[in-house]
Structures are given as structure tokens and as C-alpha cells.
Design a protein around this ligand. Structure first.
Ligand code: DAT
Ligand code: MG
Length: 140
């Protein structure tokens, strides 16, 4: 499998509980390299645009408010099959369904406050990386 890049967010529930290092350890143990990372306060406009695909879902407003409730850490992860590998390390969206050892199983509080975001496909990974990072900020 080819070396890929994927986009990740350590969400407010996790930054608030000081879990950034523990979550990054999970990525690194899985062979994902953190090739870009910054802590930001997302704006409501950014959150709304970033999650526009979920605009019609009943949880959209709550999701956007949550994403601006505390700072987040946005990241680019790189590695063999990074997109799928990251989804495996994250675990299922609802922590109740997540496998043992996954980030969401260990750290997520609920389906909404689920500690991490990860891109779901090559096209979304490219779009999401470009939404938050310039090429110069990514050092492979
Ligand atoms: P994922 O983050 O696993 O890719 P998703 O793209 O379906 O999941 O949804 C994006 C986020 O929206 C998810 O991480 C948390 C929130 N969300 C999804 N389903 C939800 C629900 N039923 N109730 C509340 N929040 C939900
Ligand atoms: Mg998703």
C-alpha cells in the first residue's frame, strides 16, 4: 500500500482533558507520523464549513458548537495506508461500538464528544488538509 496523508483533529473534549499526548502516542505506535500539527481555536464559520456535509443532520448545530467550545489540535498524519489505518486507530464513531484499544473506546465521552476526527477517503483527506494547512507547514 502506498504512503498516504490524512487529516486529523484532536477534538475539544480531548484537549480539555489533556489527552493530546496520549492520543498522539496511539498514532505513533500505529506507525503514523505527525508531519504537521497546530493548536487552534476554530471559528464557528470554519466548523460550519468543515462539517458542511452534515448540514442537514439533526446534530449539525450541536457538532459545530462543540468544535468551537475549546481549542483543537489539527494534524496531518502520514504513513502506509494512513487514511484507513487512522480510522482503525480511532475506532467507531460511537464509542459504545468501538473496538478495545482504539482512541474512541479509551477516551471518547459520547457519540458527539468522541475525541478525534479523521478523514474517510483520499479526496476528503486532500480537501481537509488544504482547509487547515499550507504546503509549507507540512514537513514529511
Ligand atoms: P466520523 O467522525 O466517525 O467520521 P461522521 O462523519 O458520521 O463520523 O460524523 C461526524 C461527527 O458528527 C462525529 O464524529 C460526531 C458527530 N455525530 C455523528 N453522528 C452523531 C449522532 N448520531 N449524534 C450526535 N453527534 C453525531
Ligand atoms: Mg466523518
Amino acid at each position: 500500500m502506498a504512503i498516504e496523508r490524512t487529516f486529523s483533529i484532536i477534538k475539544p473534549d480531548a484537549t480539555k482533558r489533556n489527552l493530546t499526548g496520549k492520543i498522539n502516542a496511539k498514532f505513533e505506535e500505529a506507525g503514523l507520523r505527525i508531519v504537521a500539527q497546530k493548536r487552534i481555536q476554530m471559528t464557528l464559520e470554519q466548523a460550519g464549513q468543515f462539517y458542511a456535509v452534515h448540514k442537514e443532520r439533526p446534530f449539525y448545530g450541536e457538532l459545530c458548537e462543540f468544535m468551537v467550545s475549546e481549542p483543537v489540535v489539527v494534524q496531518v498524519l502520514e504513513g502506509e495506508g494512513a487514511i484507513l489505518k487512522n480510522r482503525e486507530v480511532m475506532g467507531a464513531t460511537n464509542p459504545a461500538d468501538a473496538e478495545d484499544g482504539t482512541i474512541r473506546k479509551e477516551f471518547a465521552l459520547s457519540v458527539g464528544e468522541n475525541s478525534v476526527h479523521g478523514s474517510d477517503a483520499p479526496e476528503t483527506a486532500a480537501e481537509e488538509i488544504a482547509f487547515f494547512f499550507s504546503g509549507l507547514e507540512i514537513v514529511g
